[in-house]
Design a protein around this ligand. Structure first.
Ligand code: BES
Ligand code: MG
Ligand code: ZN
Length: 490
């Protein structure tokens, strides 16, 4: 094989626009030159956030954002995008090794956001291509950020990339059993317990939603539980995360037409995200007791597929009239949520799912359509974690009038409403199975997959929601869990 000729190690200087002199003193390396800095500062006036010098070794001067009135969250996101731009240039220059030299950025969050942008932009899904992309090697020198902090960012980004790969894998490489295998790979030494249900157990337990959707498939369904329960957890009752694991959504008998089926290998993104959250929480050793539940099947159709009008008997005994077989995600989530709430009495149950076109139409690829009931006390913290990670969410109302849409003449519920406010009626459907348990539903349709690269996101899977939930749990742990946070506020 021809060896790729690559440049030597690139240098990426993180500097403040107003302190070039200081930079020289601190690095003492003689690089970048005064001319380069001058040039960079001029470019900055043109609102470029970084400057790149190609020869003899590529090096970059990246400024912390200088615009006034940026919130910290906006600054962090700008920094991540700058880092992604740098990766794009490095890739064209065929330079796969870079040293990041932070001399004058004083804020550790900003430096870490830069590293995060680099790691996340270094993702490619090329395992089915002859021509492979090369991975980057980043090393790091900083006055404000420790190696341990960078290692934590790297560990989190590894989980994001692992989840992105699972989402990008086609159905031919990831069916329901293989999704369960991906959870099983989580070594017991990481402190995570994994349990995969047998089909017999699914039948015995009466998971009618999951089995109903699976009727049209020649593959078996799977149901996977993951648990991370550290000895010093801040919470006694678990936080239960439920992820939609539709490994391919053909729509069932209400088969998807036109190009609507094109990206439906990504319909297990919710499962990949919750699996990644538990793995990341364990890797970062956060003192939080979390569980992930991942019901999985494809939604194909065959001679035995469920049809409109069929009535399913769900895990909790609710009967559901299927009026559209393409509203399958809520059927499998409902069983998992009912099981989770009954068995574990969770402090909070969070569902993550590519559930509705309505969510995607409402917010495009800019954020998650979120709904909640009995979970007011978590919304502020979720919104803040969303801003900090730029995995944003927008809460839609759960007015009780929406419930009327799900009334059925022949069963306890219908599986979908009239079509308008589709993300809300879907959330209402799942909420029915959570009972009084605090419930947050994240509809990630539209953000989980991008056909074009957008900075450090895409092209392809984004695993949107993973960093959000890890950040939410990190802060939750830092506050000593909900009870402590509440009593200290009193
Ligand atoms: N997996 C789809 C939702 C989806 C759409 C995800 C676009 C990602 C991008 C889901 O199973 C579905 O088919 N939803 C239907 C529900 C409808 C039949 C009530 C929808 O939103 O059209
Ligand atoms: Mg569907
Ligand atoms: Zn679906």
């Amino acid at each position: 094989m021809k060896k790729e000729t690559s440049a030597a190690v690139a240098e990426i200087y993180l500097v403040n626009a107003d302190t070039p002199a200081e930079l020289f003193q601190k690095t003492g390396s003689g690089r970048p030159t005064r001319e380069e800095l001058h040039h960079a500062a001029t470019r900055l006036k043109d609102e470029k956030s970084h400057t790149f010098f190609p020869l003899p070794v590529p090096h970059f001067i990246c400024f912390a954002p200088t615009e006034k009135n940026l919130s910290l969250a906006e600054r962090l996101e700008k920094i991540r995008s700058t880092a992604a731009d740098v990766v794009t240039v490095l890739r064209t220059e065929k330079c796969f090794e870079a040293e990041i030299i932070d001399t004058t950025w004083q804020n550790d969050e900003e430096v870490l956001a830069f590293m995060e942008g680099l790691y996340l932009a270094d993702y490619h899904f090329d395992e089915f291509k002859k021509k492979k992309e090369r991975a980057f090697r980043f090393s790091f020198r900083s006055l404000v950020v420790s190696e341990a902090q960078v290692a934590r960012v790297e560990a989190l980004c590894e989980e994001v990339k692992r989840a992105r790969r699972l989402i990008d894998l086609p159905f031919s490489a990831l069916n329901a059993a293989q999704l369960a295998d991906a959870a099983r790979e989580t070594a017991s030494k990481s402190g995570i317990k994994v349990e995969v249900w047998s089909e017999a157990r699914l039948r015995q337990s009466g998971m009618g939603g999951l089995l109903g959707v699976n009727q049209g498939s020649i593959d078996k369904p799977s149901f996977t539980e993951m648990e991370y329960k550290p000895a010093k957890a801040v919470n006694k009752k678990p936080i239960v995360l439920v992820g939609k694991g539709i490994v391919f959504d053909a729509g069932g008998m209400n088969i998807k037409t036109g190009s609507y089926m094109d990206e439906m290998k990504t319909d297990m993104a919710g499962a990949a995200v919750v699996m990644g959250v538990v793995r990341a929480v364990a890797a970062l050793k956060l003192p939080v007791y979390v569980k992930a539940l991942m019901p999985a099947t494809d939604n194909r159709l065959n001679g035995n597929a469920m049809v409109c009008g069929d009535i399913l008997n769900m895990y909790d005994g609710t009967t559901v009239e299927v009026v559209n077989t393409d509203a399958e995600g809520r059927l499998i989530l409902a069983d998992a949520v009912a099981y989770g709430c009954k068995t574990f009495d969770p402090e909070l149950v969070v569902t993550v799912a590519t559930l509705t076109g309505a969510a995607s139409r409402a917010l495009g690829s800019q954020g998650i359509a979120a709904m909640q009931e009995n979970a007011d006390r978590y919304t502020e913290s979720l919104l803040q974690a969303g801003a900090r990670t730029h995995e944003r969410l927008c809460f839609f109302p759960m007015w009780k009038e929406y419930e009327k849409e799900l009334a059925s003449k022949v069963a306890d519920l219908k599986n979908c409403g009239s079509g308008s406010a589709g993300m809300i009626t879907a959330a209402k459907f799942i909420k029915h199975f959570a009972g009084e348990c605090p419930f947050v539903h994240l509809d990630v349709a539209g953000v989980e997959y991008l056909s074009k690269r957008d900075g450090y996101r895409g092209p392809g899977a984004t695993a949107y929601g993973l960093r959000l939930l890890v950040e939410f749990l990190r802060e939750y742990a830092e506050n000593g869990g909900l009870e402590k946070a509440r009593s200290s506020k009193k």
